[in-house]
Design a binder for this molecule. Structure first.
Ligand SMILES: [Cu+2]
Length: 160
């Protein structure tokens, strides 16, 4: 009972949509994971964040899971012949020693297929990241309405 109350209070404290939030796992820091609001029945959504490795050895983001979607994958978007394309990265993404990897619109991202519910601004979606060395860390994607990085680029969620 007491635990439930504490959880509720913490939930309120972190409810602000623009609240900067970060997580750490071993030598890794994960800054401000976010996603865009999505309508009910949307085929896909994308998740973004910065991952910094403060350690002396490289790590690797090997997989992602979420109870919010039927399936989650690590993707890379790129321009090919003037078209935005994306592919899954089954080997994941290396996080170099002392380096930072940004998952951002138009580049690397987490793809969430068949989201199970609509997402409104301010909502939080749990996402578990599995790293080769740092292990598992569950972050909350904050739903924020942000303009696309490039006006000509379609949001990742609309390309599947
Ligand atoms: Cu994608």
């Amino acid at each position: 009972m007491r635990r439930r109350l504490l959880t509720a209070i913490l939930g309120l404290a972190f409810a602000g949509p623009a609240f900067a939030h970060d997580y750490s796992a071993a030598a890794l820091r994960i800054d401000h994971p976010w996603t865009r609001p999505t309508a009910a029945g949307a085929p896909a959504a994308a998740g973004y964040m910065d991952i910094t490795n403060t350690g002396r050895t490289a790590d690797r983001l090997v997989s992602v899971t979420t109870p919010h979607a039927a399936r989650a994958e690590i993707h890379q978007s790129s321009m090919e012949g003037g078209m935005m394309r994306m592919k899954a990265l089954p080997q994941g993404v290396e996080i170099p020693a002392g380096g930072k990897v940004s998952l951002a619109p138009g580049g690397l991202h987490v793809m969430l297929f068949a989201p199970k519910a609509a997402v409104a601004p301010g909502d939080r979606i749990p996402l578990t990241l599995t790293f080769a060395k740092a292990g598992k860390v569950t972050v909350q994607l904050a739903a924020e309405s942000r303009p696309p990085a490039r006006p000509a680029a379609m949001p990742e969620g609309h390309q599947h």
